[in-house]
Design a protein around this ligand. Structure first.
Ligand code: ZN
Ligand code: ZN
Length: 315
């Protein structure tokens, strides 16, 4: 039974790879998905490269998937309920992104240029775009670190962010388990950091693409701490500690891409050999129990409502 399920899953994964290859073979203009649903992406992000992104995304997922199988932290059951629940979160979040990513990026840029344009660093327009982007990424990563810390410390924001922390079986799709309110707050903060350094819509969208890729790796159930690279980057080990259920792990490792800010401000957990259990200590959280399609959708709805009920309980 289990072997058949694994074979079916592998076949589905291969078929998905073939589907992801198609955009690379077709002319970009024949992709209604890109031109109609993602006008900002198709017009601004280097179109010739945009067509390869589904394939590279699939390849990245395959690599992380294999790493999970070879070096798991905990031997997770194949296609567990927790994994299925994250997959549902992933589909919901991708749907929202496909529909609103371009519009959201444009709205943020319009808001910034109307009300906050005075914050743009002077003389930044003369800089090379690559310098603007690198500086923007550094500032955005710092803003993300700071906003992450705030989302842990302020009860209103924690109510929404705790949904992400509730996963007990981390896997490569856990990065998608983010409440839309939590995601809007974090993407707003980081987009503003990019705009301050003179970056426009293409850079904001490119950042949003980066922020969907790297976290896949460090949320995976994979026993890697990246050796000396851990001094520069967030790793699966350091982020697992951040997700630790015990109280002593609650205020450390807030980094998003770089571990730099945690090391600079003393919030990096010093031990890189621990792999704690993850989750949140709230008995009221609607945990993933029902793996049927209807059950998964029901749990998703309950987890989306959870922050509001949690805030009401506290009030
Ligand atoms: Zn967190
Ligand atoms: Zn996380």
């Amino acid at each position: 039974m289990m072997v058949t399920a694994q074979r079916a899953w592998r076949l589905a994964w291969l078929l998905l790879g073939v589907v992801c290859l198609l955009p690379a073979l077709l002319p970009l203009s024949s992709l209604p998905l890109l031109s109609d649903w993602l006008p900002a992406l198709s017009h601004h992000v280097i179109p010739e490269k945009a067509r390869y992104s589904p394939l590279s995304y699939w390849l990245l997922l395959t690599l992380v998937w294999q790493a999970q199988r070879r070096w798991p932290v905990t031997p997770a059951p194949f296609f567990s309920v927790a994994f299925r629940q994250d997959l549902v979160w992933y589909c919901a979040s991708m749907g929202l992104r496909l529909l609103f990513l371009g519009a959201w990026a444009h709205a943020v840029v319009a808001f910034y240029s109307h009300y906050l344009g005075f914050l743009t660093l002077p003389g930044v327009a003369q800089w090379h775009p690559a310098v603007q982007f690198v500086l923007g990424v550094l500032l955005a990563d710092f803003a993300r670190w700071l906003s992450h810390l705030i989302r842990h410390k302020v009860p209103l924001f924690w109510a929404f962010h705790s949904v992400h922390h509730a996963q007990r079986d981390l896997n490569l799709f856990t990065d998608a388990r983010v409440h839309p309110v939590d995601r809007m707050v974090s993407s707003l903060v980081t987009s503003l950091a990019l705009l301050i350094t003179g970056n426009g819509v293409p850079a904001v969208i490119l950042w949003m693409v980066i922020e969907t890729l790297y976290p896949k790796f460090y949320h995976a159930n994979v026993r890697l701490d990246l050796g000396p690279l851990r001094y520069l980057l967030v790793t699966p080990q350091s982020h697992r500690v951040h997700h630790g259920v015990e109280h002593r792990y609650h205020d450390c490792n807030f980094g998003f891409l770089f571990s730099l800010w945690d090391r600079l401000f003393g919030t990096q957990h010093p031990d890189h050999r621990i792999w704690p259990a993850t989750g949140i200590p709230d008995a009221n959280f609607p945990v993933d129990r029902d793996g049927s399609p209807l059950g998964l959708l029901r749990t998703l709805c309950r987890q989306l409502v959870y922050p509001f009920l949690s805030l009401r309980r506290r009030a």
